[in-house]
Design a binder for this molecule. Sequence first.
Ligand SMILES: C[S@@+](CC[C@H](N)C(=O)[O-])C[C@H]1O[C@@H](n2cnc3c(N)ncnc32)[C@H](O)[C@@H]1O
Length: 262
Amino acid sequence: MTGTGADTPIPRPSEWDGAAYDRLADPQARWGRAVLDRLVLGGDETVLDAGCGSGRVTEELLGRLPGGRVVALDASASMLEEARRRLAPHGQQVRFLHLDLLELGPSTLGDGYPVDAVLSTATFHWVTDHDRLFANLASVLRPGGQLVAQCGGEGNIRGVLAVLRSLDVERAGTWLYASCDETATRLEDAGFVDVDVWANPEPTRFDDPELLTDFLSTVILREHLATMPPEERRPFVERVVAAMEEPVVDYVRLNMVAKRGA
Ligand SMILES: C[S@@+](CC[C@H](N)C(=O)[O-])C[C@H]1O[C@@H](n2cnc3c(N)ncnc32)[C@H](O)[C@@H]1O
């Protein structure tokens, strides 16, 4: 499923609030730890964190690379600022890269090229051209290098989008909630082998309405709210929260594990 958004054009790129995300992203950090467990690491590899955000998962990754290096890439300056703060104790072990994944290639990584592995959590669904995304990732991985990733998949937040529709609202913005089959095909077309793709539901409960309002504002409705006057944003999200039968976001995660072919 691809979101094409409502009629109002959104400012591109719409920026994240890195500090708010860092405070709110407990679900993503929890899922990220499980994804990280799928990476097979000796401890001295160079790993690209593709869409590192505020660096919470990157920090865990660094904990598993005592002799290795991380390239922490993100398109958001605000997220990278947070990540720099969080990861400062790791000094030269981390290189920060302010880059769109759709522009990634060997020359953009400098002496970080090629990487031994790519880790990515909660990011790929924000990138709508997965063919180009996977080709770019393959281009920076050494032959045999691992790709371990998770993002929103087919059916992700269907219930939340239905609540919006019940309020006569189509969410603005762009996203791609791809299926397992199309993702496996795209990965193979990009030169990946040993491809394994699966999905799992992750219904996520927010018992505190304020927390749910902040979370929806910062993550799920971020692009939509950017199309609205600031004073209308909070009341709008509060209406969405009030219209939800349960304070549960019906997340569906799309998981992928693959290796770059020789
Ligand atoms: C929900 S956050 C996930 C951050 C982190 N990986 C985590 O699990 O908490 C999504 C991140 O993807 C980044 N992102 C989205 N599209 C991107 C693109 N085309 N290129 C690089 N980063 C992108 C955003 O800036 C944001 O930091």
